[in-house]
Design a protein. Structure first.
Length: 278
């Protein structure tokens, strides 16, 4: 049932590209002739050569890819301020993995991103979805290549065939990376505070201490520690590196104010640092 409660933001908000002159009755300089309007707000200013790709075109084509391959999936959609958007397709079939605990289920995930403010590249990549924390894990390296043609009056978006890409991901990265998950699971954390401090010293994700004068764990640090201890209790395990990584992942996605691209880059950075401890 956990897959039935996924975030479902409205991502098909009204959007259009209009000339700035028609909006302001003023001339604009070359290269900044048009405004991208999303849900009634100007979110970007672009040139005449720019081709706007609406979410309706991109995400619906992405979904058609999965439907054509007859993959069973659950969908999660996230809208950040009507500017950047993602759709996660969580593949719910025989392609699943547990990390030495039948409650700790990992599923393959396809994430597609689009933005109207230029903050995110129109793109797609493979990742993982974890049942316990309900977050996406972006430690996969496999990207999905698109052919995108932007022009003023004609925007073409050519999607790849998914079948071979997905099979290749399952055969290679999915099972290779989950072996790393297993290895991390085997390393116990003796002192959770020292673990969190060590990771933050390496990654600079945020500050461990409250302040220069107060060496106690900060609010974000305490949240990582609490999630780590809670998941250990939930799964009836001792704290370990796998749970430690996921505690950071949870705070990264749910607490820190980062773009989707920043989340993915920082996720990989945290994963690498924690895995290096194994």
């Amino acid at each position: 049932m956990y897959l039935q409660n996924l975030q479902q933001d409205e991502i098909f908000v009204p959007s259009e590209m209009k000339s700035l002159k028609s909006l302001t009755q003023m001339e604009s300089r070359r290269g900044l002739e048009n405004a991208i309007i999303s849900n009634g707000k100007i979110v970007n200013v672009v040139s005449n050569s720019y081709g706007h790709i609406p979410n309706q075109l991109f995400f619906k084509k992405a979904e058609e890819m999965l439907t054509d391959e007859q993959l069973n999936f659950h969908k999660r959609t996230i809208n950040k301020n009507d500017r950047s958007f993602i759709t996660d397709f969580i593949i719910d079939d025989k392609s699943q993995f547990t990390v030495k605990n039948h409650k700790d289920l990992i599923l393959p995930m396809l994430r597609f991103k689009n933005s109207y403010d230029g903050s995110e590249k129109t793109s797609g990549h493979f990742g993982f979805y974890r049942k316990v924390c309900s977050n996406g894990l972006h430690v996969s390296q496999a990207e999905i290549e698109f052919s995108i043609k932007h022009s003023k009056n004609n925007t073409h978006l050519i999607m790849p065939r998914l079948n071979n890409l997905f099979d290749k991901f399952l055969d290679n990265e999915f099972y290779t990376i989950t072996k790393k998950f297993d290895k991390m699971k085997g390393f116990k954390i003796i002192d959770t505070q020292e673990f969190v401090k060590a990771v933050l010293d390496k990654t600079k994700l945020f500050r461990y201490e409250c302040s220069d004068k107060n060496s106690e764990p900060s609010k974000k640090s305490r949240e990582v520690i609490e999630i780590l201890n809670y998941e250990a209790l939930l799964l009836n395990e001792e704290p370990n590196l796998w749970l430690g990584y996921n505690a950071f992942n949870s705070v990264l996605h749910n607490v820190l104010k980062k773009s989707f691209g920043q989340q993915e880059r920082l996720d990989k950075k945290v994963f690498d640092e924690v895995y290096a401890m194994a």
